[in-house]
Design a protein around this ligand. Sequence first.
Ligand SMILES: Nc1ncnc2c1ncn2[C@@H]1O[C@H](COP(=O)(O)OP(=O)(O)OP(=O)(O)O)[C@@H](O)[C@H]1O
Length: 489
Amino acid sequence: MATRTFPEMPSPSSLLSAYASMSTSVILFRTMFNQLFPRELRRYVVDAVRFYWKPKSSKLTLVFDEKDGMTSNHMFDAAEAFLCTRINPDSESLRITKSVKENHINVKFADSEDIKDSFEGISVTWKYVHQPPQQRSGNGDDFDYTSGKSSSSRSFSPERKYIELKFDKKYKEIIITSYLPLIIKRSQELENQKKVVKLHNLQSYGGGPGGYKESVNLDHPSTFDTLAMDPKMKKAIIDDLNLFLRRKEFYKKVGKAWKRGYLLYGPPGTGKSSLIAAIANYLKFDIYDLQLTNVGGDSSLKKLMLRTSNRSILVIEDIDCSIQLPDRKGTAPAKFLEGKSVRDPMFSLSGLLNFIDGLWSCCGDERIIIFTTNHKERLDPALLRPGRMDVHIHMSYLTVDGFETLAANYLNIHDHHWRFREIKDLIKCKKVTPAEVAEELMKSDDADVVLEGLVRFLKRKKMEDDETKDEVDDEDDEVNEAKKAKIIS
Ligand SMILES: Nc1ncnc2c1ncn2[C@@H]1O[C@H](COP(=O)(O)OP(=O)(O)OP(=O)(O)O)[C@@H](O)[C@H]1O
């Protein structure tokens, strides 16, 4: 039987001396390398070696930085919102955020946590990376390219937050053209679901060159369900809003800015402001309340307008009080009313509308503009011309249907109450605003007590009106008598 012989194993002392001589050679080589070759050449050689030796990966990584220069990166925000819906139930850490103005708590995936997703059978991996401020080399003179270290002149790079998306390179096209747009769409849907509608105050004094803008959450509870108005009119408004939202392509095709104008008119207390809040809550659009009384002219108006965002409602309340109308010949200069600020504005109402149209047609999408007035008859005819404001809505006195809505909201009475017949008869023959009735309905928790009080209120109002009417009739009689006497003498 043949026996195998093994070569003799080197002794530990010979291994140690081989290692020592190798390390010495490496140090010698590095020193020679650094001394013999200029810095640029060293850098070039090191980069070239790194490039060719680096194993080629079949993966592609897309990086969404939080900021794109000074502005925030919409793709980062969209990805972050989308990934909140993909959080792994086994996650070991999560980020929790909430701003003072938000009503909800945001649960986000944590630093360096991987999230797996798949799109049309393609597996992708997401990762959130937060790099705190990092030291970096200063002028680079002392940088050693063989060791990759530098020794002095350090400064700090700013902190960086980004999201990485990794997938197989061959799916690049489909991921960029289909998956990313889907993420943007989903994030918008999520945003709409939890969006807190804001009310921004737009006025041009204070707050620096661009004017002053303060905003609060719009906590107005008004919705189309709580609004007391003719059901047909309510439905027509909702249909109109829905049509407007769907018609992005239509507006583009006909070359018009994607905006819609509403004129709300009617006596005080008939729900004009409530309707604006209901529209904002329905569309989840922010409201910009434009105070024209302090806008000096085109340039400050333009600055204010540029501060408004898409998907918003621009409201100009009591338009008849904000701008003095030009005379019928259109020659009188427009002037602001209300005492304090009577600078000559550089625009009339129609000028203002043309201006807003022009500005929005180039940089505004999904905008709604609402004017309100208690006196439609006092408005600039330019505003009432067909095609100017798309929809005119008359907010009128309380109707029987409107009363039923208020009774359901305030008293939780959804069918009938024995007082209803009398109340409805009184409402039919008496002009009463929803605001007046709403105030009566809030006076007690007891529906019987409240409705009895409402009946008394409506009767009293009717009596007062009858007396006023009698007085006016008496005065008219006296005037007629006097006229007759004058003619006879
Ligand atoms: N149509 C309505 N439906 C439900 N509530 C209403 C309605 N109209 C008025 N109210 C109630 O009256 C209050 C005042 O109404 P609102 O401010 O909307 O009236 P307005 O027409 O805008 O008045 P103004 O012209 O004085 O600004 C509201 O907060 C609401 O409680």
